[in-house]
Design a protein around this ligand. Structure first.
Ligand SMILES: Nc1ncnc2c1ncn2[C@@H]1O[C@H](COP(=O)(O)OP(=O)(O)OP(=O)(O)O)[C@@H](O)[C@H]1O
Ligand SMILES: [Mg+2]
Length: 420
């Protein structure tokens, strides 16, 4: 069942494994960032070293499985299976199961301080809500499932690729796509926009007027616990980890309601802080305005004592077109003012260039280059203008469950990892 060496000093081994065991092996190896052949090698070594044969594994339906093992390991394994009077397939299945049993899934890495990601730009329709939702979904995906993630070799490669993208999506040829486990974080999406777009897009219902709402909590006039307003985004992909605080149209009155409140810029923080223990990441989808709400959101995203730089802060969504540049200057000026006036550390998590379409030619590519040239903050994501996003909105479904393998989903996962 073996053939001559073909992978450096390893020899190719062809045997059989049941599909479920192969899948568990693939996921667990990816969770540990090691190659499948290394896991099998370790499993066989441990199996050979056992004093007795472990429980029989159900190998019904086993089909072809090949891997590369160090030279001589398979021969040795073969003789131990003979001694133990088990078939090669049974011995291999036991070895893989043994490795799985002794190598549990790693713990999810949780931030010490709940991360606050403020998705902002006062320019309307650039994709703040789409990016807030996509990043939140990507952060919450199931760590026991592998999904395609775009890994560009370097941003410069990515940029050249997008210059050359065509409507067949051929830009994917310039990116590596890897299957990686979900990040498994507990995420709260905060719809901070009176338009209630995020709420509607995820199929939830805006909170009724005259009931309780985030605005009431910010205005110091709560009618209950803010926690009680939160709804889960139900989809197996997120395993109960992704939640939404829906908006209410009463947020149109936020500035008026806050007029009598002391330290108004801290109002969002005062409202959300009691929820932080329940979440690893809180993402705020800001309205397209530069009012008090933007100040409150930026204040909430400031770096706290003891927090690593770049964990919390502003994620700015722009488009590759000239009119975005003025809006960007206004926004960053406001954030600078807040930084200086209140002596805060407000980090930029980066710029996301959304709705990108390289076919628009020079206008698109040159303005993308303009964003890249800013360097600080750097461009952390490039999301193309493709139909899946609009379809997901129409279907009122999270993009990453509506089209989990789409180029946009693959890009959202890359973005979530880029800012982690
Ligand atoms: N990458 C994309 N590809 C295709 N359509 C997109 C993409 N990103 C966003 N859209 C669509 O563009 C429209 C505007 O997006 P979105 O609502 O996310 O923008 P926004 O900045 O939050 O807007 P507002 O300023 O009103 O809050 C929506 O219909 C959305 O589905
Ligand atoms: Mg929006």
């Amino acid at each position: 069942m073996s053939s001559p060496a073909s992978s450096s000093d390893r020899e190719k081994v062809v045997s059989k494994l049941p599909g479920w065991l192969r899948q568990n092996l693939k996921v667990r190896a990816a969770q540990h960032g090691i190659e499948i052949q290394a896991a099998v090698e370790a499993g066989i070594d441990a199996w050979i070293a056992l004093a007795s044969t472990p429980a029989t594994v159900d190998t019904a339906g086993a089909d072809s499985f090949s891997t590369f093992l160090p030279e001589g390991q398979w021969e040795k394994f073969r003789s131990v299976t003979a001694d133990r009077r088990v078939s090669l397939i049974q011995g291999l299945a036991q070895s893989v199961q043994l490795w799985l049993d002794t190598t549990p899934a790693p713990d999810i890495e949780r931030p010490a301080v709940t991360r606050r990601i403020i998705v902002c730009n006062q320019k309307g329709g650039v994709g703040k809500t789409a990016i807030a939702a996509g990043v939140g979904e990507a952060l919450a995906e199931d760590p026991g499932v592998l999904r395609p993630v775009r890994v560009a070799k370097a941003l410069s490669t990515a940029l050249r690729a997008s210059d050359q993208a065509d409507d067949t999506g051929a830009e994917n040829d310039y990116f590596d796509v890897e299957s990686l486990p979900g990040l498994g974080l507990r995420v709260l999406l905060v719809d901070f926009d009176p338009q209630c777009h995020l709420t509607n897009q995820l199929g939830a219902t805006p909170l009724p007027m005259h009931g309780d709402s985030l605005t009431n909590h910010m205005a110091g006039d709560p009618k209950g616990e803010l926690r009680d307003l939160i709804v889960p985004v139900d989809d197996d992909a997120f395993g109960g980890r992704l939640h939404l605080l829906p908006a209410c149209h009463d947020a149109f009155l936020l500035d008026v309601r806050l007029s009598a409140v002391r330290a108004r810029e801290a109002a969002l923080e005062r409202a959300l802080m009691p929820l932080e223990n329940d979440y690893d990441v809180i993402i705020v989808d800001c309205p397209p305005s530069l009012g008090l709400s933007m100040d409150a959101a930026a204040y909430y995203g400031r770096r706290r004592d003891g927090e690593r730089p770049g964990q919390s802060g502003a994620l700015i969504v722009v488009q590759a077109e000239d009119s975005s540049a003025d809006a960007y200057d206004l926004l960053t000026n406001q954030i600078e003012d807040l930084r200086n006036d209140l002596a805060l550390d407000i980090d930029y998590l980066g710029i996301v260039v959304n709705l990108y379409d390289g076919r628009r030619g020079y206008i698109a590519t040159s303005s993308l280059q303009g964003w890249v040239d800013i360097k600080d903050p750097r461009v952390v994501g490039l999301i193309s203008d493709l139909k899946e996003q609009k379809e997901a909105v129409r279907m009122k479904q999270p993009l990453l469950s509506y089209a989990p393998s789409s180029q946009q989903a693959v890009g959202m996962r890359a973005l979530a990892r880029e800012i982690s």
